[in-house]
Ligand binder design. Structure first.
Ligand SMILES: Cc1cc2nc3c(=O)[nH]c(=O)nc-3n(C[C@H](O)[C@H](O)[C@H](O)COP(=O)(O)OP(=O)(O)OC[C@H]3O[C@@H](n4cnc5c(N)ncnc54)[C@H](O)[C@@H]3O)c2cc1C
Length: 229
């Protein structure tokens, strides 16, 4: 009500932007998740390493930059990646954890990497706008040893940094894809019944044939709601 206090902001993701880096459609192909850390508020380095999968150096880069300045982390997400992950059984033991291979940037034409690069160029342009310049922003260079030999902010530098820093946003789908029986890859029919097995339905995010261009929680609830009716 008063726009202050603990519940007045999310403290995690303060701003989200959906853009189309190719300007070829009204639909977004990239989401930019923005996290604002007030001076000295970046949580512990180990926490970031554990949850986001950063290297120690990159987490430390956030931490150091935030010691005396607020920082704004702008994290692009490629919404409809062409690369496909894979999930396999480890063994015949049903309790054994599966093998999960995300296979980031494995698409043949390398389109995912280029879309990421376009997203970073968009962020650079955004930071160069008058509104942003009022706040005297500085682009922080994290320590990414493998990219050291490349000119900072060149295309090749960003491609290298993207490959080193990419992580998950925890929206896996598609392992029990819904589709027509003759599709070859479909696991459940449009009423979510498992093909070939009677009286079993799968009702969760896994039935989305491909990833949607947004977050998956509300759509998962919608799938549950529809199946339950
Ligand atoms: C860290 C994280 C952050 C996320 N943030 C967001 C966000 O901000 N916004 C958003 O839209 N989405 C977010 N998501 C994604 C969202 O949570 C998922 O897409 C959604 O929960 C998927 O729903 P689901 O029903 O398919 O699976 P789940 O929610 O994973 O439900 C599966 C359920 O099955 C149970 N289960 C597993 N095995 C068995 C078994 N053998 N027997 C009985 N029960 C079992 C599990 O305990 C669990 O309760 C996030 C996910 C994670 C992991």
């Amino acid at each position: 009500m008063h726009r202050n206090g603990v519940y007045s902001e999310s403290y995690i993701v303060n701003m989200i932007g959906f853009i189309n880096t190719k300007n070829d459609s009204i639909y977004q192909n990239v989401e930019i998740v923005t996290v604002f850390y007030d001076t000295g508020s970046f949580s512990s380095v180990t926490e970031q390493v554990r949850t986001v999968g950063y290297t120690d150096e990159v987490a430390r880069g956030h931490y150091d930059a935030n010691k005396e300045n607020p920082i704004m982390g702008m994290y692009p997400t490629v919404l409809n990646p062409k690369s496909r992950g894979e999930i396999l059984l480890r063994s015949k033991d049903p309790k054994a954890k599966p093998l999960i291979y995300p296979h980031y940037f494995s698409d043949e034409k390398g389109e995912d990497l280029e879309t990421f690069l376009e997203a970073i160029r968009f962020v650079e342009q955004l930071v160069a706008t008058e509104e942003f310049r009022k706040h005297e922003p500085q682009l922080v260079r994290f320590e990414i040893p493998i990219c050291d030999g490349l000119a900072f902010r060149s295309d090749d530098y960003w491609r290298c940094a993207i490959k080193q820093m990419t992580s998950t946003i925890y929206h896996p789908v598609g392992t029990c894809a819904m589709g027509p029986e003759n599709d070859g890859k479909a696991v459940v029919d449009p009423r979510l019944r498992l093909y070939g097995v009677k009286n079993v339905r799968v009702v969760d995010a896994s039935i989305m044939p491909t990833i949607i261009s947004a977050h998956t929680n509300a759509p998962s609830m919608m799938i549950g709601h529809k199946a339950g009716r």
